[in-house]
Design a binder for this molecule. Sequence first.
Ligand SMILES: Nc1nc2c(c(=O)[nH]1)N[C@H]1C(S)=C(S)[C@@H](COP(=O)(O)OP(=O)(O)OC[C@H]3O[C@@H](n4cnc5c(=O)[nH]c(N)nc54)[C@H](O)[C@@H]3O)O[C@H]1N2
Ligand SMILES: Nc1nc2c(c(=O)[nH]1)N[C@H]1C(S)=C(S)[C@@H](COP(=O)(O)OP(=O)(O)OC[C@H]3O[C@@H](n4cnc5c(=O)[nH]c(N)nc54)[C@H](O)[C@@H]3O)O[C@H]1N2
Ligand SMILES: [Mo]
Length: 749
Amino acid sequence: MRYQTATQWGVYEVEVIDGEICAVHGIDLDPAPAPMGQLLCDGVQHKLRVQRPAVRKQWLERRDRNLRGRDEFVDVPWDEALDLAAQELKRVIDDFGNTSIFAGSYGWASAGRFHHAQSQLHKFTNLLGGSTRAMNSYSTAAAQVILPHVVAPWHHMELEQTTWDEIAAHAELVVAFGGIALRNTQVAYGGITEHQSTGGLTAASQAGVEFVTVSPTADDAPDWLRADWIAPRPGTDVALMLGIAYELECAGLAHHQFLASHCVGYDRFKAYLRGQSDGVEKSPAWAALICDVPAQTIQTLAHRMAKRRTFVTAAWSLQRADHGEQPYWMLVTLAAMLGQIGLPGCGFGFGYGAEGHVGSSWRRFNWATFSKGRNPTQFAIPVARIADMLLNPGSAVAYNGRDITYPDVQLIYWAGGNPFHHHQDLNRLVEAWRKPATVIVNEPWWTPTAQWADIVFPATTALERNDICASSHDPYAHVMQQAIAPQGQARSDHDIFRGLAEYMGVLDEFAEGRDEAAWLRHMWERSAAQASREGFELPPFDEFWQAQSYRIPETQERATWLGAFRHDPAIHPLNTPSGKIEIFSETIAGFNYADCPGHPVWLEPFERLGGQGSVVYPLHLLSPQPERRLHSQLDHADHSQSGKIRGKEVMTMHPDAAAARGIAKGDVVRVFNQRGACLAGVRFSSAMRADVVSLPTGAWFAPQFDANNASLELNGNPNVLTRDKGTSSLAQGPSSGTCLVEVERWVQD
Ligand SMILES: Nc1nc2c(c(=O)[nH]1)N[C@H]1C(S)=C(S)[C@@H](COP(=O)(O)OP(=O)(O)OC[C@H]3O[C@@H](n4cnc5c(=O)[nH]c(N)nc54)[C@H](O)[C@@H]3O)O[C@H]1N2
Ligand SMILES: Nc1nc2c(c(=O)[nH]1)N[C@H]1C(S)=C(S)[C@@H](COP(=O)(O)OP(=O)(O)OC[C@H]3O[C@@H](n4cnc5c(=O)[nH]c(N)nc54)[C@H](O)[C@@H]3O)O[C@H]1N2
Ligand SMILES: [Mo]
């Protein structure tokens, strides 16, 4: 039998024989199904599945917190596990209040509108009186906070910005900071039907658009693109952009008319650029010293950009770094100086190699989600400040113009994310994770986060339940069919919270009298009502279920991003305080943050090549997204494991850097700095800076502690090396991109 399923990386048909998944096929609608689909073949029905509710032994016996992550688990019956969890929830709420429950629960989990793990958790905790939550995402935390001040809310940008079609038809030059890493476009949050990024990029290239990629590694663009490659030191893009801006200004190439009519604050910025405000001219020669790109290259690029119809873009990775707000603000400023914002195919945009929906021209539609209600506490922390919060209850953190006081978290509930994957400085997280009295996790697999919990509820995967995949960036809705029986005693997140809701006395409010089938129908009907409001009709639910997929009708042409604003900024102002692009922001200046002043600036990161820290740790560690999986998900499956060397994640390094360290092909290396150490396999590439190494994220955290309690991570998880520091007082995003290391050949003793 074949069943349709949908994942965060595409829609597939899963072939099942005698209850076992035996093959996975892309669907006909998808011109380029992501190879990652093969992970489902052996990864779902796997010995690492959590079979039964499990409780940590020393927690069960004496409410121990210290052995978390190093203890054994005992299986308990469902009723007993639910009862234990419910008693803990009650105790914490009664004794400490609802903000002492942290249910931020960041993470990607699985596609599917109903069985969306966080939404289920949030509805449940809302009914208990609320919890502490998390704001923004690890993906784009800095962008989400800076861009509304400067130009537009992030979700507008993401869904409405320039399309590949416009780039192909109208642009002459694309300058891509961080490149366009097609491996990442396999994925789109909430699912994707037609993978079109490769096609979009191909069409632009064939139409004669020239590409320049600015990235420490040439791998961030496909060879066939024949892009010109500029390789700055990581984390120095702002200096490079300032050098370009300086050249534009001094050579009379800045578009002063656009800067006057559509922007505010260029004069303040110009005073900085010309060194009038701080005595330092941001000339190409100045930039060259910081980013290690010749001044001549910077000058030439500036002239080339000014002469062409130019589109400038940046990977999301640029803002996951110390002062990550700055490259995005500076990119908008650079585009404003070129004066082409709002022309089709020109201006600026973000993330064309981040997720597969970026640059698509599909009609956007707000499919109904599982409604969570309101969080009565209304309280949230910046998502990447979790360890700070756990370590420093009662202390305050600056965020976007206000101070947030960390609560005293007693109980963590995580469903659908993997903090021991996503967070920085995992050795610090291990310390912080000992603070709360209780950690409850819903997980299909024995991931590190499940291993670091006290109560683990076995969750089903998407293949063990029915659902609907329908995301606001994709024109399709798909049936997700149950293909196999729940593994072991696994229950869906919804059923787990249903069970808990019963113990907590909120079952009726939680379930609203519906079972899974009734919920799916109900959500479809809410979508149908929305469709009617937008002038089209959805088919009846049963017809949709029968047909398995439905595409909303395309209507009018997409408007050019910021086209109306360009045409008349008085009639179509932006959502910023001035209604214009804010090159200087009075609002941000008013916050008085030294680490994020009123206009884009170059600020030294806490460490960088050629700067602080590079004498002791002379290599910069990139930790990009993994090609063979989504984050840490299904790392145990063949498709992911077959990319490893001796079971370890593979780090790419330059052959010269390897030779200087006596490292040969096939070796295992130890990657280390003052924060931690991990092992990794190595692969060589000459198409990267020799002082940069790249270790993708996603290997499962496996620390080995020695007598001094120092740990060596065995699988190649880069987050034992990254620092846990907010991007700045403005956004407090993760700064995983700023990281220096040293590497040595690993000899087992
Ligand atoms: N160094 C470094 N670190 C990074 C990044 C980086 O670039 N560099 N990137 C960051 C970014 S952008 C992100 S988005 C994060 C990603 O971090 P996460 O989103 O936390 O990572 P995932 O591995 O996708 O975690 C999802 C978890 O949900 C589980 N799961 C799957 N389906 C279900 C389900 O139905 N129910 C339940 N209960 N669980 C389920 C999976 O097994 C998995 O453990 O990582 C961040 N960390
Ligand atoms: N296959 C796969 N695809 C994914 C994901 C996955 O886990 N697997 N995760 C998805 C998620 S959650 C997200 S948020 C997006 C992330 O999308 P991005 O953040 O855009 O992707 P990354 O792979 O982290 O980084 C892209 C490239 O940026 C370059 N880079 C890093 N630092 C710098 C710098 O300082 N300057 C310059 N110029 N370049 C730099 C690196 O060489 C890196 O390869 O990817 C999504 N796509
Ligand atoms: Mo992300």
